[in-house]
Design a protein around this ligand. Structure first.
Ligand code: PMT
Length: 406
């Protein structure tokens, strides 16, 4: 785990997003990092020292002139006794004070005194975010090496819409994880490409053709490959799944976009195609919403989408190991076998997607792993376990092949 044993100094300043800092502490600690928190006066209006202390299982530091704090842990020591300083939320005010090099409370004094890398998660009203003063401050901080995660676009607590929402704890965690680098493992040094989720094929600006894929299976595979040390790119259609840790996620909508993103991610040693790519798209997408009642019921003419798995399997820059999925509703193994040969991949993972199995969107899966020289039947297990079992099988195949072609 990239975060195990790492020490994070978390500065919580005064924004409505401060509550997300609690979740961030929980997730960091789950991954083996220790967290020490500094709470500003403004931050204490939104979260209590007690809740931060309970989650971090450590004292929370609030006061620059506390004799007790100074005797236990001087502010200089506090600033240096960390591997990474994270400011979340980073309000417009604390960013301005950081940019100006001020040291008028414990948080800014720590930030001025630290020789450790700093990551900030800005959070503020959209107009404050867009103000030239804030943008200037951000430029200055970036030039000094402060890294930013977010903000995101969306509705805000102040009833406005735009950029300024703090990045979600999962996104901040991913940025922290990236900072510390990928964990070493059996797939260290290998590059993996994974596709996941459905594609949406537009009919007009408001309607599209899609399927029931949730992205749970593909995302779990990407997470498992990254956990074994593979440098992993996840190309995903629209899903509600959070981006997996230690993975570069590329979001796409259509099959054509997915194909282009996969091509851009090559070369890779491993490709796993778990996406439920639409086989067809509408030949001519309407520019305006198709109106009901005008010219009767519309007829959609479909055309075939590019086959990403087949193209990866047969292309000049073919990954050493190409793994496909087969989503079947009848004769699961026989159809999957034929599909493996037709598409030219090395392995295919067949699963039954009949509605009664709950495979689409559910948390469990039952897999038949089909290779040229044999077949394995896996018992039903969680999609996370399927991802881990597949990643381990991939790692073994590289080891068996002397780390060359699987
Ligand atoms: O996302 P979940 O809700 O977790 O569900 C998981 C899943 C059922 C989607 C997954 O386990 C799965 O079976 N994925 C493949 C779905 C699919 O499209 O299967 P297929 O039999 O139609 O396609 C065969 C293979 O060709 C797949 O690897 C698919 O990614 C690939 N393909 C298909 C069409 C196309 N145009 N390009 C492709 O790359």
């Amino acid at each position: 785990m990239a975060l195990a044993g790492k020490r994070v100094l978390l500065i919580v300043s005064g924004g409505i997003a401060a509550y997300k800092a609690l979740e961030l502490i929980r997730r960091l600690r789950e991954r083996g990092a220790s967290v020490r928190a500094v709470l500003t006066k403004g931050g204490a209006q939104f979260v209590t020292p007690l809740s931060l202390s309970a989650l971090s299982e450590d004292k929370v530091y609030t006061d620059l002139f506390s004799l007790t704090d100074e005797s236990e842990m001087g502010h200089i020591q506090l600033s240096r006794d960390a591997d990474l300083v994270v400011v979340a939320p980073a309000t417009a005010d604390i960013l301005a004070r950081m940019a100006a090099g001020m040291a008028d409370d414990l948080a800014t004094t720590v930030l001025l005194a630290t020789d450790k890398p700093v990551l900030a998660a800005p959070a503020m009203n959209v107009r404050m975010w867009e103000h030239p003063a804030t943008q200037d401050n951000l430029d200055r901080l970036r030039r000094r090496g402060v890294r930013m995660v977010g903000p995101n676009e969306g509705p805000m607590a102040c009833n406005e819409y735009g950029f300024g929402r703090m990045a979600e704890p999962e996104e901040i965690l991913a940025a922290i994880s990236r900072h510390f680098g990928r964990p070493a493992g059996a797939l260290s040094g290998k590059r993996a490409l994974v596709t996941s989720g459905p594609t949406h094929e537009p009919i007009d600006p408001v309607r599209y053709i899609a399927n029931h894929s949730s992205g749970k299976q593909g995302h779990a595979i990407a997470a498992a490959l990254a956990a074994l040390g593979a440098e992993t790119v996840l190309v995903t259609g629209p899903t509600a799944e959070p981006d997996p840790l230690d993975v570069r996620t590329v979001a796409v909508t259509t099959a054509v976009e997915m194909m282009a993103a996969c091509r851009a991610a090559l070369p890779a040693d491993i490709a796993v195609c778990a996406a439920a790519v639409a086989d067809w798209r509408v030949a001519s997408r309407a520019d305006e919403k198709i109106k009901k009642g005008e010219g009767g019921t519309p007829t959609l003419t479909l055309m075939e989408n590019p086959d990403i798995l087949a193209s990866l399997s047969t292309g000049p820059d073919r990954p050493a190991l190409v793994v496909g999925f087969a989503a079947e509703t009848e004769q699961v193994v026989a159809n999957a076998r034929a599909k493996r040969e037709r598409k030219g991949c090395d392995w295919i993972l067949a699963n039954d997607v009949s509605p009664e199995t709950g495979t689409f969107g559910g948390d469990a899966n039952r897999i038949y792993l089909i290779r040229a020289d044999g077949q394995e039947t896996w018992p039903e297990m969680s999609k996370t376990e399927v991802g881990q079992r597949l990643a381990e099988a991939i790692a073994r195949s590289f080891q068996d092949a002397g780390d060359g072609v699987a």
